[in-house]
Ligand binder design. Sequence first.
Ligand code: GLU
Length: 317
Amino acid sequence: MSPAIAPAAVETAVADAHRDCTGVNGGKNASYIPYLASVDPSLFGVAVVTVDGQVFEAGDSRVEFALESISKVVTMAVALEDLGAEEFHRRIGADPTGLPFNSVMALELNDDMPLTPLVNAGAMSATSAVQADDKEHRWRRILGAQSRFAGRQITLSDAINTSEQTTNTHNRAIAWLLQCGGAMYSDPMEACEIYTRQCSTLVNTVDLAAMGATLAAGGVNPVTGDRVVSAVNVPHMLAEMTMEGLYTRSGDWAYTVGLPGKSGVGGGLVAVAPGKLAIAGFSPPLDSAGNSVRAQAAVGQVAAALKLGLFRVPGLP
Ligand code: GLU
């Protein structure tokens, strides 16, 4: 870890954020996926993993939940490695849509081409671009990457997957529009199915922090020592997270917290302080954009306590 951050300071920041944000209320569980509506809204975990592999955690940090949209970061890594940064950028883009994560209008306004891998359209395009011999091979590559980012074997939840596969008609429509635009690189329904699976895996808050810490450490999981993504590709991932990681609140997040992040409608959120650590939070109730209310408060509090933020001038408040 950067010598500027003492482990005791991280431990205190994590414990304080958990204690202070437990009372942060507001928001609602996602309900358009039936399974997510049934998760206990009081669950709340906070975790930090540093670039030298230290783990700090508080609350329900080992309770598993659906990875959801945070899977888009992992699949981006796989497709980016396969295509190379230039080709990935050409095909999938790096601009925020300014519209909700499942927006059809965003596609219509851009000739049915995606703008970013971090909302549903670009994410399905990225899933389809992962090189594979067949559907199950593509799935194994994505699940394997999730596991390497987390540093342990990640598994699919049959309950979540069934709930999502039987209700994902809007995403199927998006997949067909992408096919129209020439932005699908496998069968569109196959891409939608694998994308839906990648959202339906189970992680805990420490896993999320380890995933973020892998990016903070330049692509090497700091707990396992496994190189998961090339160092040259990490800045591209952090740029995408900065521009679109918190849906239509990404700009607000940059303004207030100033760290690349990614949230998911399962209630998870991870933010990355490059070269230092990653901070993760989990609590199911979401704001109207799809971001966990309590996790945003807690991750923001830890970042402020440790004076992290990409836009801070070193040495100044
Ligand atoms: N599986 C969800 C969907 O595709 C993920 C959405 C999200 O977390 O943003 O709608």
